[in-house]
Design a protein around this ligand. Structure first.
Ligand SMILES: C[S@@+](CC[C@H](N)C(=O)[O-])C[C@H]1O[C@@H](n2cnc3c(N)ncnc32)[C@H](O)[C@@H]1O
Length: 305
């Protein structure tokens, strides 16, 4: 009799506790949504867009969207990277290393090794003689027959192609260090985690080494080339105010950042050159608020307070 009364009271207490826990969970969710935690609230959509983006990376043959260009020549790199790039590449010796992050077909690296070939037009970056060792890195494997032939001739020590994962998944031991890292419409324009991407790139540079990259449709350092809300990569501070990509990069410890704003190009484009000057690199962190698959994707990041 006494046991039956105790059990009934316990059951009553447990179901009241369960109801209370349920109500607390609902309230917490509502508060979280009201407080505007966009990353968590928007997560399923961001995940969907990242899957769409992966389909673009995996596309082959006729399925490759025409805007997803993977075969730019070294002369295109010379146009799209900050001034001084060709001289810096030309100054590398046989013990130096060049990493191209987001190399696509690796055409720029092939041109670097082929420039002594008379059939190659003497465009910008011509005559470099391909002395350094080069590594092409791409999420998807886009090696051509020409790449395979050239790799056979030069050997794996001078010409390497790495694929199958994003830059952030390689260890420092796997990649080693570099004197020059380039990125033309590569990881910098495509990554979902821009601060970690830059931090990883800088960790792979020797002190004194250079990172050349570029990004289109952004708020330019020189304040010109304004668009009506159609920026592809947007950065905002904790209060939601626009931050320029170069101003953000200049807050990084142990680097010297140079920016060349191209406001008269089809879309405002920033050409960025970063020199690593000491080893304690630390890039101000950001979280991803928006990602829309594309070539390049649309992204919005918020600086952590
Ligand atoms: C549009 S293609 C550009 C290829 C080449 N740079 C060119 O200009 O022709 C984009 C390249 O960036 C690579 N990529 C994008 N995000 C990356 C990441 N986080 N790590 C490594 N590669 C990445 C893709 O796999 C692809 O090789």
């Amino acid at each position: 009799m006494v046991m039956g009364w105790v059990e009934a009271a316990m059951k009553e207490w447990q179901s009241a506790a369960a109801r209370l826990a349920f109500v607390i969970a609902i309230v917490v969710q509502a508060v979280a949504a009201g407080a505007g935690w966009p990353q968590e609230a928007g997560q399923p959509r961001i995940d969907e867009e990242i899957s769409k983006q992966d389909k673009i990376y995996r596309s082959r043959g006729a399925d490759v969207p025409s805007g997803y260009v993977t075969g730019r020549a070294l002369s295109d790199y010379a146009e799209l990277l900050a001034s001084g790039f060709c001289d810096a590449l030309g100054s590398l010796s046989s013990s130096d290393r060049w990493l191209d992050v987001g190399a696509g077909d690796g055409q720029a690296i092939l041109d670097y090794f082929a420039l002594t070939d008379d059939r190659v037009p003497a465009e910008k970056c011509a005559g470099l003689a391909g002395r350094a060792r080069a590594v092409a890195l791409s999420i998807e494997d886009r090696r051509s027959d020409r790449w395979r032939q050239q790799a056979d001739i030069l050997g794996g020590d001078r010409l390497r192609y790495l694929s199958g994962q994003r830059l952030r998944h390689y260890s420092a031991e796997e990649l080693g260090t570099f004197q020059i890292i380039t990125d033309v419409y590569g990881g910098f324009s495509y990554t979902e985690d821009l601060s970690k991407f830059v931090e990883k790139v800088l960790s792979l540079l020797d002190i004194g080494g250079l990172f050349y990259t570029m990004v289109q449709s952004v708020h330019l350092e020189d304040g010109k080339g304004k668009l009506d809300g159609s920026y592809l990569t947007e950065l905002v501070d904790a209060a939601g105010r626009d931050v320029k990509v170069c101003s953000w990069l200049k807050q990084t410890a142990c680097v010297k950042v140079g920016c060349e704003s191209k406001s008269d190009w089809d879309t405002p484009t920033e050409l960025i050159k970063i020199r690593k000057v000491c080893s304690g690199v630390s890039v101000p962190p950001m979280k991803l608020l928006k990602y829309e698959a594309g070539y390049p994707p649309g992204r919005r990041f918020q600086l952590e307070p």
